[in-house]
Design a protein around this ligand. Structure first.
Ligand code: PRF
Ligand code: ZN
Length: 372
């Protein structure tokens, strides 16, 4: 019998791990990519689409769902799973990142963060406890602690003070929902900017608190790829091996492969869905910009190696036309393909770890995606 929070590592290939995480809405096979469904929907797709492409878990946002339609309204409808008719696991981000990255005046204090609604400018306040209460109302399988995501370019002193506060907030989140209070899991978030010793300190402090998993926050915030990979490879091997590791808001196919090579188990990013809506499509041959004139009369499929609904049924010429005409179907077909591509990448990653051929897979994608 498995219980929510159980995490079993089946095989490793270098630092890469093939594992299973149990949640209240079923098991997740890792490494995994989580499509982003900020408003309780992965833009332009239905739950049926997502099930068809084998999405195992999606991400929702505390910040957005609290502001609209309101977490109480969602709770009265039995939680986000019922409300959105999504039966598989859901992870909710705490709002930490959104409050700090979206516009809106904010006041930060030990107690929490005050911010203005991006919808109507009204004032709101998130304490660590409030962020957890909202995620309880949403009924997600994995809740994230409230953290401060320190932007790129902050000095060491600021970053140090911030990570110490993020730790105190993390403790308050856990105290507000002690392990065993319910079926929802809670992950801590490592901060510390681009200072290795501060990253280590953040991790050490969070390890004292009993979380079911650990995330790496504060990356992909404007730094170079080298800086990101440097911190990633430094901190991931120091994270507890017997718990899931989640790299927040990252990234490109190559970033994900790099994360897996460092031992990361879970990823989310708006890139595949957002790029789809801008006409930037990920294929086995690299990125394709579908708006380009060269595709106007191109009757070949977007990616001959992809067997998604879009690639099996439509030509590049048609996809370009839909994009130029701003047709709704353009968003839908493009999003379907890009997410299918990411989920298929993760399927290949899992199989390659089982076969001990992960390094070969990574090298193949690096050849297709390297932009010199
Ligand atoms: N914190 C939280 N969510 C996040 C991040 C973070 O640092 C990031 C950083 N890439 C993405 N999403 N809570
Ligand atoms: Zn496709």
């Amino acid at each position: 019998m498995t219980r929510p929070g159980d995490f079993t590592v089946h095989t490793t290939d270098g630092q890469a791990r093939r594992a299973t995480l149990t949640t209240a809405h079923g098991d997740i096979q890792t490494p995994i990519f989580m499509p982003v469904g900020t408003q309780g929907t992965v833009k332009s797709l239905t739950p049926l689409d997502l099930e068809e492409m084998d999405a195992q878990i999606i991400l929702g946002n505390t910040y957005h769902l609290y502001l609209r339609p309101g977490d109480d309204l969602v709770a009265r409808r039995g939680g986000l799973h019922k409300f959105a008719n999504w039966k598989r696991p859901i992870l909710t981000d705490s709002g930490g990142f959104q409050v700090f990255s979206l516009e809106g005046i904010r006041k930060l204090s030990e107690e929490g963060v005050e911010f203005r609604s991006y919808i109507d400018g009204s004032k709101h306040f998130f304490s660590p406890e409030k962020a957890i209460d909202i995620q309880k109302n949403l009924g997600s399988d994995i809740m994230m602690v409230l953290d401060e995501c320190v932007g790129y370019g902050n000095d060491r002193k600021y970053t140090e003070k911030s990570l110490e506060m993020t730790t105190r907030w993390a403790k308050r989140c856990r105290d507000h929902y002690p392990r065993g209070s319910g079926d929802q899991l809670m992950f801590g978030i490592v901060q510390g900017g681009f200072h290795k010793d501060l990253r280590e300190r953040s991790l050490e402090q969070l390890r004292e608190i009993d979380f079911e998993g650990f995330a790496i926050g504060g990356l992909s915030v404007g730094e170079s790829t080298e800086e990101m990979y440097d911190i990633l490879h430094h901190i991931t091997p120091l994270m507890p091996g017997e718990k899931p590791r989640y790299l927040m808001g990252v990234g490109t196919p190559l970033d994900i492969l790099e994360g897996v090579s460092a031992g990361v188990d879970m990823f989310d990013c708006v890139l595949p869905s957002r790029n789809a809506r801008n006409g930037t499509l990920f294929t086995s041959q690299g990125k394709v910009n579908i708006k380009r004139a060269e595709f106007a009369e191109d009757d070949s499929p977007l990616d001959p190696e992809c067997d998604c609904y879009t690639c099996r049924n439509f030509t590049k010429a048609y996809l370009r036309h839909l994009y130029q005409a701003k047709e709704l179907l353009s968003y839908r077909l493009n999003t379907y393909h890009n997410l299918y591509f990411y989920l298929n990448l993760m399927k290949q990653v899992r199989a390659s770890i089982e076969d001990g051929t992960f390094a070969d897979l990574k090298a193949r994608y690096e050849a297709a995606y390297f932009v010199g």
